[in-house]
Design a protein around this ligand. Structure first.
Ligand code: PMP
Length: 406
């Protein structure tokens, strides 16, 4: 038997990397754990409605992937992704007004991985990354992991203010601007076309990469589609466009994609080789079968109709549920409504009372960079029926009344 060293001779292993201790876990996941109790009506999660998944269609697509090409589906494959899925992604992007070839596309393990690959490719410790304020929490985590200095760009109800962006770019010399221009997480905001053109022009004039994250753009219930930032002339050679099948097919597939100029895409391919070699072959082939055999746009139509009714139910009752003087927006799509409590109120305090009343939302503070706005909150309308939403809002009204009496 090998002799064990005496306790005095034991040396502790070396410390974790700074990034592993500097970046905290997501406070939202902690809130979600609290609200996962049965009976809670939750406006907190950012999850697609599971009853709307096309389970049968996807089961058939997996069956077809095995029946027609099991040895390929179960084998290692190329880092760039299955050619037929890249083709299908390119065709969908082209149909949305951005001419795209299969070669322009890299399939990723969720669009979250595309963000991680772009960050690994572009950001050195100390580099400045610009973000909307507030913005998507896991993007903030990703940039923090890379040691970036994250600086918020002043925004209003429609998103980035182009003049303020130009000023920050001139002063801070950032590597990139990360933006979720359509039905943003957490605010549901959409950047108008004119501002997109201005952002693209600034990026071209002042020298800046753009990362356009668009997991929600297909979920438009009303209003005219607005061209991607990536489609503007100044942005074409400097935009990484991130797409996802999570909100239109199912997030458990973990399928996303990246469209980027050739040099950036090649560097991202190398980063992906280091990360996971390639995205699951069987999932890619099943998705490609689905896109060929099923009608994804018809399915998206079903999801849009359901979400629209849910958004309307939330908007119809929010005024009565929140304290008088609260304000909120009316997104034309996506999954989120953003609200602000009146002066003197705090969304985290309200959440504690709300959870006791079996209803939940997410306070807006963690999505902010710099000084948070404690009066803001995010409400997701996707995972409950209009009737349940109505009941959730009744509970929220009671919680707000209880909180006011405290
Ligand atoms: N970007 C944004 C803005 C998101 O809200 C999400 C998921 N909620 C993602 C990226 C990641 O999506 P996925 O990895 O599932 O494609």
């Amino acid at each position: 038997m090998p002799s064990s060293p005496s306790a005095a001779a034991l040396q502790p292993p070396p410390a974790f990397a700074t990034r592993a201790v500097a970046v905290g876990g997501s406070p939202i996941r902690e809130i979600l754990a609290l609200t996962a109790r049965p009976g809670v009506i939750s406006f907190a999660g950012g999850l697609p409605a599971p009853e709307l998944f096309d389970t049968e269609g996807l089961r058939a697509a997996y069956g077809a992937a095995f029946a027609t090409s099991a040895s390929r589906a179960l084998q290692y494959s190329t880092t760039e992704g299955a050619p037929e899925l890249r083709e299908a992604v390119a065709a969908r992007a082209t149909a949305r007004g951005l001419e795209t070839a299969a070669d322009d596309v890299l399939i990723t393990t969720g669009s979250q991985q595309a963000l991680a690959l772009i960050t690994a490719t572009l950001v050195e410790p100390g580099d400045v990354v610009l973000v909307e304020n507030p913005t998507y929490l896991a993007a903030l985590q990703c940039f923090a992991m890379a040691g970036a200095r994250v600086i918020p760009v002043p925004c209003d109800e429609q998103g980035i203010l182009p003049d303020a962006l130009a000023e920050v770019v001139t002063k801070e010399r950032p590597k990139l601007l990360y933006s979720v221009p359509t039905f943003q997480n957490p605010t549901g905001r959409t950047l108008p076309g004119g501002r997109r053109a201005a952002v693209a022009e600034i990026a071209a004039r002042l020298g800046l990469w753009l990362v356009e994250d668009d997991p929600y753009g297909d979920l438009r219930f009303e209003g005219a589609e607005i061209p991607w930032l990536a489609a503007h002339p100044g942005a074409r050679d400097r935009t990484a466009l991130l797409g996802s099948f999570s909100k239109i097919m199912a997030p458990g597939l973990r399928l996303g994609w990246l469209r980027a100029p050739v040099a950036l895409r090649r560097a991202a391919v190398v980063a992906k080789q280091a990360a996971d070699l390639h995205t699951s072959t069987v999932d890619q082939l099943a998705a490609a079968h689905y896109l060929r055999e099923a009608d994804l746009d018809a399915h998206i139509g079903t999801v849009r109709t359901a979400y629209r009714a849910r958004r309307d139910a939330l908007l119809a009752g929010l005024g009565a549920a929140l304290p008088a003087g609260s304000t909120w927006n009316r997104p034309e799509g996506g999954m989120f409504v953003w609200a602000r409590l009146p002066e003197g109120h705090d969304a985290t305090t309200l959440l504690k009372v709300a959870i006791a009343h079996d209803v939940a939302f997410v306070p807006g503070a963690p999505f902010h960079t710099g000084t948070p706005d404690p009066r803001t909150l995010r409400l997701s309308f996707t995972t409950h029926t209009p009737t349940e939403i109505e009941e959730g809002l009744n509970r929220l009204q009671q919680a707000a009344a209880t909180a006011a009496a405290c």
